[in-house]
Design a protein around this ligand. Structure first.
Ligand code: 9WN
Length: 461
């Protein structure tokens, strides 16, 4: 069961009193969640491999064992579809009691593009992977021997095919903005999707079991009405054979997602850096650079002066989604960001809508603004603080020279993560710091490791 040289067991129970203790505890979480060359996002709640989780996990593992960090991405990309998509979930056949399981997706039975030897979902998640690969290579430094570089070289065409899938199928009209088909393509029950979901006439769906609500309080998780819609949307995608051309024709949930797009722009920038280091053909590098430029401009153009955020666009209504969530700050990670826009976004991030909101336990960025009518402090993506999203925004601040803001945010997150009983929770109640969702969540431990290593290594060059 144990992974490549990274298999020791033992869950973290210690209270972190020093940075050294916190690091040790974070490493212990990643070891305990290692199930053989890849890492489950959480011990019980998420027992399979999830796409963007593995990218963040690789970012953390880079500081512990760069070889193993690379293996995390390799295992995920071994399940890549022939059309280039990287599935949002890769199922572990040893885990049979997780619902919804592989049967809901029927990936191989529904699409010729799906891999044969492994069961996967048919959705995607934000493309963090090239960012992770570049980071792992950088942190590896002198440990990146010939074999390591050969592995990066072997991963590169898979990363390129992934980005080509996104550009070709998720942005066929070259708007620069990527379309998502399902709330599971990122931040599940964020209020950004409320109006689009409310429009779906899904009818009555009988009762069914769910792993999430058997482990976490139902009030913290998506409601039955939301989950009915998630399942109904998957039914439609499966019936369309996960064929993007068919899906685009009449799928009722198609949204231009600014957060996914900002990650694509940043990841394309990272992919371009990898391509240069590997001396890949100029035409390929130009193609990659064109994604950086087009998607950066497109996200910047979504800036709303009144809310001080970039906004998603609903293709069904042709309207902007005017909800105040941390996704609206994601322009901070764009490779190209004019300083005036950066200052506006920094103002929103640290103002009353987010980290500067009155009464927060720590000045960190909650998933939904406490001043938004949709805010609910314990409900998943509708208010709680997600360290992994704070990491992303911190990384953006570092990249754009907002060093002081970045270190304030890093310190505040580390203070939250060092609280007694914090246990690398999936998300936290913003006013009390109470850990919620799963404890021992891998990507929380992973970003903690990267924060603890900063400023030695994690800020992009
Ligand atoms: C559905 C694993 C995943 C994250 C997602 C998060 C949550 C799954 C769920 O957990 O989604 O994919 O069951 O709710 O929303 O971002 O990748 O950590």
């Amino acid at each position: 069961m144990d992974g490549r040289g990274f298999g020791a067991r033992g869950l973290c129970t210690a209270i972190a009193s020093t940075e050294g203790d916190l690091r040790e505890a974070a490493v212990a979480v990643l070891r305990a969640n290692d199930v053989g060359g890849w890492t489950r996002p959480a011990p019980r709640l998420y027992p399979h491999q999830w796409s963007w989780d593995s990218a963040f996990i690789a970012i953390g593992l880079a500081h512990v064992d760069p070889q193993r960090a690379l293996a995390e991405l390799e295992h995920l990309f071994a399940a890549q579809w022939s059309d280039g998509r990287v599935p949002h979930m890769v199922f572990d056949p040893r885990v049979e009691d997780y619902v919804p399981g592989p049967g809901l997706w029927a990936s191989a039975a529904s699409s010729d593009a799906a891999p044969r030897g492994v069961a996967t979902s048919g959705l995607i998640q934000p493309p963090m992977h090239a960012i992770a690969a570049e980071h792992v290579w950088k942190i590896a430094g002198a440990r990146a021997d010939r074999e390591f570089v050969a592995r990066i070289r072997a991963l590169y065409p898979r990363l390129l095919a992934w980005h080509r899938y996104l550009a070709r199928e998720r942005d066929p009209d070259r708007s620069g903005l990527l379309t998502i088909y399902h709330p599971w393509e990122g931040t599940d029950n964020t209020p950004r999707w409320d109006a689009a979901l409310a429009r779906l006439a899904v009818g009555e769906r009988g009762s069914y079991s769910r792993t999430d609500t058997s482990l976490v309080g139902a009030s913290e998780r998506p409601s039955k009405a939301e989950y009915d819609r998630y399942l109904w949307l998957v039914d439609r995608l499966r019936l369309a054979g996960y064929d993007d051309t068919k899906i685009r024709r009449d799928h009722p949930f198609q949204i231009k997602d600014v957060q996914c797009t900002a990650i694509f722009a940043a990841a394309s920038h990272a992919l371009g850096a990898i391509a240069s280091k590997l001396d890949m053909p100029v035409a390929e590098r130009d193609e990659i650079n064109s994604w950086v430029a087009t998607s950066s401009v497109a996200v910047r153009d979504r800036f709303d002066e009144e809310l001080g955020l970039v906004l998603d666009h609903d293709l069904a209504t042709h309207e902007a989604i005017r909800v105040r969530t941390s996704a609206g700050l994601s322009a901070l990670i764009l490779p190209e960001l004019p300083s005036a826009l950066r200052e506006r976004l920094v103002g929103t991030a640290f103002g009353e809508d987010f980290a500067g909101a009155t009464g927060l336990a720590h000045p960190v960025i909650p998933s939904t603004s406490p001043r938004a009518p949709e805010f609910r402090p314990r409900a998943y993506w509708r208010g709680p603080t997600w360290p992994v999203i704070n990491w992303l925004l911190w990384w953006g601040l570092e990249r754009h020279g907002s060093g002081e803001r970045a270190s304030t945010l890093r310190r505040a997150n580390l203070a939250l993560l060092s609280r007694s009983g914090a246990r690398f929770a999936e998300y936290f109640e913003p006013y009390t710091g109470e850990p919620l969702g799963s404890i021992d969540q891998s990507w929380t431990a992973a970003v903690t490791l990267d924060w603890l290593a900063a400023p030695r290594g994690s800020a992009p060059s």
